[in-house]
Design a protein around this ligand. Structure first.
Ligand code: ACO
Length: 363
């Protein structure tokens, strides 16, 4: 038996949901380029595509709009639970706990689209309720006339966001809704393969996503830019990290060996929103310098900017604080997790790899 650390190169499933072409830098959702969908489609439409295999027609668009809007309200017991969590607990852990508490008899059995909407639609409400609770303010009343992403911004800010901000965040949501067999999606599939329920699969996936090597990266990008702070500090700061063999957040990817197409699309959005801002000019300079120095310190590794680098810029441009970066990623990636849980359940085989024992044997 040969061991594949990190399961690199191991093919664990056949999927019709998405194709990540790491050599050509392409991301395909059910036959559509993710960047094309991200220009015009809402998260609800893309969820429909990923879950059903086709884009919704106009009648279906209206139905899903109503389904998502009606699942936005937080049950009273969840408000009490969230309010009881100590204030120092991070938002990702609050979300994981709240999603776990959603679990009930109605989530038993194989995962369904209706269950997926119930979890996905309520996530922004969980986040907004927690933030307002910590600030001692009241979250605004849920509305049914806004799209999922517009409603998320509305809940956080208390006012209807501008179309430019909605499109920017919607682009992020669509581009990060799904990405093949990444660590959190694999976790969701492993749980589903035991015939456990969708809530358990999503809770496991949230646990996997929050790690700094996966969904925890954009906050790391923001911290890096804050620490660097000024142009003249860029080169020494990066050199010091690379000399210690530390990772630069927002660079590198297990699959993409060329530019991550999501990073390119988000860069375009960030340029539109923030080109004149000093922090954005710094981000662009840090990227240039990081790529140059990664080439010097890690020759031949083909390390490029990943989605998290410009996700951080888009978040900042639409006014999301750093502590909501990973929570926002959970809100988009839930769509892919649910798609994979459904696909796994449809043609299930228990996921149970092997390990080579290298410990001592009894004498
Ligand atoms: N900074 C510095 N060096 C890096 C980076 C980086 N961001 N990424 C990879 N490398 C180097 C490694 O040090 C290693 O060098 P070595 O061969 O001299 O030891 C080499 O490149 C290969 O790295 P691996 O860790 O084997 O590559 P892997 O495929 O496991 O890495 C990962 C993928 C974990 C994303 C890595 O690039 C990383 O840590 N990036 C920073 C964190 C980050 O941005 N994560 C977000 C990923 S996107 C997402 O999850 C949505």
């Amino acid at each position: 038996m040969s061991v594949k650390p990190g399961l690199e190169g191991v093919v664990a499933a056949e999927t019709k949901i998405s194709h990540v072409d790491g050599e050509r830098g392409r991301l395909i959702y059910r036959g559509h380029r993710a960047e094309d969908l991200a220009r015009t489609r809402s998260l609800e439409e893309v969820a429909f595509l990923l879950w059903n295999g086709v884009l919704p027609d106009s009648g279906e668009r209206e139905t899903i709009r109503r389904e998502w809007a009606s699942a936005r309200v937080l049950p009273g017991y969840l408000k009490d639970l969230i309010a009881a969590i100590p204030r120092e607990v991070e938002m990702t852990d609050v979300i994981r706990t709240a999603v776990s508490a959603l679990g009930s008899a109605s989530f038993e059995g194989p995962p369904t689209r209706e269950q997926a909407i119930r979890i996905a639609a309520v996530l922004p409400t969980i986040i907004a309720f927690r933030r307002h609770h910590l600030a001692g303010s009241e979250p605004p009343e849920a509305r049914s006339d806004l799209s999922h992403v517009a409603h998320y911004l509305y809940l956080l800010r208390g006012e209807v966001p501008s179309p430019a901000h909605v499109r920017a965040l919607e682009t992020y949501f669509v581009l990060t809704a799904e990405h093949g067999m990444n660590a959190s999606t694999f976790a969701a599939r492993v749980v589903t393969s035991t015939r456990s329920d969708l809530i358990s699969a999503i809770v496991a996936a949230i646990g996997a996503l929050k790690g700094p090597l996966h969904g925890g990266a954009p906050a790391g990008v923001e911290s890096m830019l804050d620490e660097i702070g000024a142009e003249e500090r860029i080169e020494p700061w990066i050199r010091k990290r690379l000399e210690r063999n530390e990772r630069l957040m927002g660079f590198g990817h297990r699959i993409y060996k060329t530019e991550d197409p999501r990073a390119a699309a988000l860069r375009e959005i960030a340029v539109r929103l923030a080109a004149g801002e000093p922090w954005f000019r710094l981000a662009v300079r840090v990227e240039e310098e990081a790529l140059r120095l990664l080439g010097e310190y890690k020759p031949g590794r083909r390390i490029h900017t990943n989605v998290e680098y410009y996700a951080a810029a888009v978040f900042r441009a639409v006014g999301l604080p750093k502590e909501l970066f990973t929570p926002t990623f959970i809100c988009s990636r839930i769509v892919g997790w649910a798609a994979h849980a459904m696909e796994q359940a449809e043609s299930n085989r228990l996921i149970r790899p092997d390990a080579v024992y290298i410990g001592p044997m009894p004498g």
